[in-house]
Write a protein that binds this ligand. Structure first.
Ligand SMILES: [Zn+2]
Length: 262
């Protein structure tokens, strides 16, 4: 794991160095033109994403298939956490019932540490989006992943047996706008995010929320017997981490401008 970390850090450093060379028009002393630097920079970014561990982040309540995804367990300085670079990340691998991945992240009392560009890891404690769960057959699953830097990540995935509006109601984890397909198949986006609910117990009682216990190597789905994600301490605000700075903003109110509503 430590070898993986040093390799990951090297790719991130290479990316930053080559990006700076590209921005300055090349480096004749190193024999690099601007386009060489850009090409090598993009190769370093690809190598970073390809080198990330792939982990189980959820399990489908309908067919039992595990959802796997590349994940950066070392810190928010990794591009996987940063919306600006996320386009190069692979989507989760999942069954046809998977609709959307959201998430939360606790610093667990550790100092905030991100990269040059903002990371949007979600709030300190897990939450659900009622407007998604109120739809028939929608079920959310919360999991917990311990990170190597002491943080704890909470992937929160949504599943359903029929087509539901999920992607139009919440941005996917680590992003700030919803991107989704319209009924006629066109791609669209929205700045509106449906409100969050941090009170999880009623959703468990209604059969709309299940969980995977942190550290369960089999990633077994649970729906009774004490949910470890209830009543966790923490700020019920959205976190934005840039370098060593943590900014807290209000969770979505549902009143954000929707470019398609007018
Ligand atoms: Zn499934």
């Amino acid at each position: 794991m430590n070898d993986d970390r040093s390799q990951r850090d090297t790719w991130l450093q290479d990316y930053r160095k080559l990006h700076a060379i590209w921005r300055s028009g090349g480096d004749p002393a190193m024999g690099l033109t601007a386009s060489d630097a850009k090409r090598q920079r993009d190769t370093a970014r690809r190598a970073y994403f390809d080198g990330l561990p792939v982990v189980v982040i959820s399990r489908c309540p309908y067919c039992g298939t595990a959802v796997t995804s590349p994940f950066d367990p070392w810190g928010l300085d990794g591009f996987w956490w940063q919306e600006r670079e996320l386009g190069a990340a692979r989507s989760p691998s999942a069954c046809p019932h998977f609709r959307l991945l959201t998430g939360a992240l606790s610093l667990q009392g550790n100092a905030p540490l991100g990269g040059e560009h903002p990371a949007h890891p979600g709030p300190d404690v897990p939450y659900v989006v009622p407007e998604i769960l109120q739809q028939e057959t929608a079920i959310a699953v919360i999991a917990g992943l311990a990170m190597q830097n002491g943080y704890r990540a909470y992937p929160i995935a949504y599943f359903s047996s029929n087509e539901i509006a999920a992607a139009a109601l919440s941005p996917t984890w680590r992003t700030t706008t919803c991107s989704f397909a319209t009924p006629d198949g066109r791609s669209a986006w929205s700045a509106r995010s449906a409100p969050w609910d941090f009170e999880l117990a009623p959703w468990i009682s209604r059969g709309k929320l299940r969980w995977i216990v942190p550290g369960d190597r089999d990633a077994t789905l649970c729906d009774s017997g004490g949910c470890p994600y209830l009543g966790l301490p923490g700020e019920r605000k959205n976190q934005i981490v840039t370098r060593d700075r943590l900014r807290l903003v209000d969770p979505p109110s549902g009143d954000e401008p929707d470019p398609f509503s007018s």
